[in-house]
Ligand binder design. Structure first.
Ligand SMILES: Cc1ncc(COP(=O)(O)O)c(C=O)c1O
Length: 405
């Protein structure tokens, strides 16, 4: 979070907005995107933003204007990407359960590739493409059986996961592709998980496995022109202010070295990646107010007006987000106290943090739950019939915050 926000004139601007709301820092976002654009051109790697992380229009429009492609996981995401300026020939569409209607949407719009996750899906795409008189461009998602060293709910590349085609189906896949006349096989896709912090080890292994598997199919006579290595780069949820822009350099370098020995031009494959979280997570905070300071037997609870329906990551994955008391830090700084910070939803898992030390808080204090830009607003629900938290877009004129709604 930009510390300039704590300036009293800026806090004043936030005060009148009804909480909870998501606050997105466009300056940090543009800096993050510039870094990715620089590395994409330096290493010759194509970037498809994973729309599922955050589908905010200002984010999408900016990335489209910077030449990003999109990675989508539903027909509506494909349409949303196109509406917001992404060129269809840079859109990939993954997902284990695409409906016929979604497949037809992709085919009619001529996207870069449908990323197929099973043999039956390839057969259905072949049939639907035939009916439409089209040839379907596809990548095949492979399950490389790699442990991404991350939370079990966001690991996707293990044999036990539902994603991709596993080794035992490789021969059948080769045969099927030969029989599917309405399908144009462009290459392979991998995505092994999210919030990966062992960058060199895990992505290095992914590259080695990707090359081995590509060679296996090439030996069977299939031509592979594209390899998509998915997303997954992790962000620093513990110290977001120290690393507002994730270490993209390390990620790009690891992939470039892993796939091409570091050379910019790769004679063999065109390389793609699909970052989501790493681009938007640090650009968003969930702003909430303290409704009550409640004394328990041996705990003090801060009860906020934002809950797990607004940001489900802590309840879903046990994820932790840093919390800043904006009001206290800007005007009544004093003693600290230890709190359990909890939401209002009628579930015991609606907890932001337990036993954390914060400046002594009062009813009405505004808190920022940091690093909430990815898998936050997009996963919100109206559970308990609560209102959805809207987005507020923050830009800067010098030290002064400029807000748009
Ligand atoms: C196929 C695919 N690509 C890309 C991503 C984006 O991953 P991340 O947000 O970790 O970068 C995901 C996330 O689940 C995914 O499933």
């Amino acid at each position: 979070m930009d510390r300039k926000l704590l300036k009293p004139s800026n806090i004043n601007k936030l005060k009148d907005i009804r909480t909870p709301f998501y606050l997105y820092d466009m300056k940090l976002f543009r800096e993050t995107v510039s870094e990715v654009v620089r590395l994409s051109s330096l290493y010759g790697i194509d970037v498809h933003y994973a729309v599922k992380a955050n589908a905010g229009k200002p984010f999408l429009r900016h990335m489209a204007s910077e030449g990003f492609g999109a990675d989508c996981v539903s027909g509506n995401e494909v349409l949303c990407a196109i509406e917001n300026g992404f060129s269809p020939d840079k859109i990939a569409f993954a997902g284990v359960g695409k409906t016929d209607r979604e497949i037809e949407t992709a085919l009619k719009n001529g996207i870069f590739a449908l990323t197929c996750e099973s043999l039956p899906e390839i057969s259905v795409i072949n049939e639907l493409a035939g009916r439409l008189g089209k040839k379907a461009d596809i990548l095949v998602r492979i399950n490389p059986d790699i442990d991404a060293h991350t939370h079990k709910y966001i690991t996707t590349g293990l044999e036990e996961n539902k994603f991709g085609v596993s080794g035992h189906d490789f021969d059948a896949l080769t045969g099927l592709l030969a029989d599917c006349g309405n399908v144009n096989f462009k290459g392979l896709h991998f995505h092994i998980g999210s919030q990966i912090l062992d960058v060199e080890e895990v992505f290095g292994l992914e590259c080695r496995r990707a090359k081995e598997i590509a060679r296996y199919f090439e030996d069977k006579g299939l031509e592979i022109s594209h390899i998509d290595l998915g997303g997954g780069l992790g962000v620093d949820y513990e110290a977001p202010d120290e690393h507002p822009v994730p270490d993209f350099e390390k990620w790009f370098r690891t992939i470039a070295e892993g796939m091409t020995g570091g050379k910019r031009e790769n004679p063999r494959y065109h390389i793609h990646i699909e970052p989501g979280r790493s681009i938007v997570a640090q650009c968003g905070s969930l702003i909430t107010r303290v409704l009550f300071v409640k004394n328990g037997i041996d705990k003090t609870f801060l009860i906020t007006d934002a809950g797990m329906n607004d940001l489900i990551r802590p309840a879903l994955y046990g994820a932790s987000h840093r919390i800043v008391n904006l009001t206290a830090e800007s005007d009544h700084e004093g003693d600290t106290a230890v709190y359990d910070v909890v939401g209002p939803v009628c579930e015991s898992s609606d907890v932001w943090a337990e036993g954390i030390s914060l400046p002594a808080a009062m009813r009405g204090d505004m808190l920022a739950i940091l690093s909430a830009g990815a898998y936050g607003q997009v996963m919100a629900s109206r559970y308990n019939l609560r209102d959805l938290a809207p987005a507020v877009w923050l830009d800067w004129n010098g030290d002064e915050a400029v807000l748009s709604f």
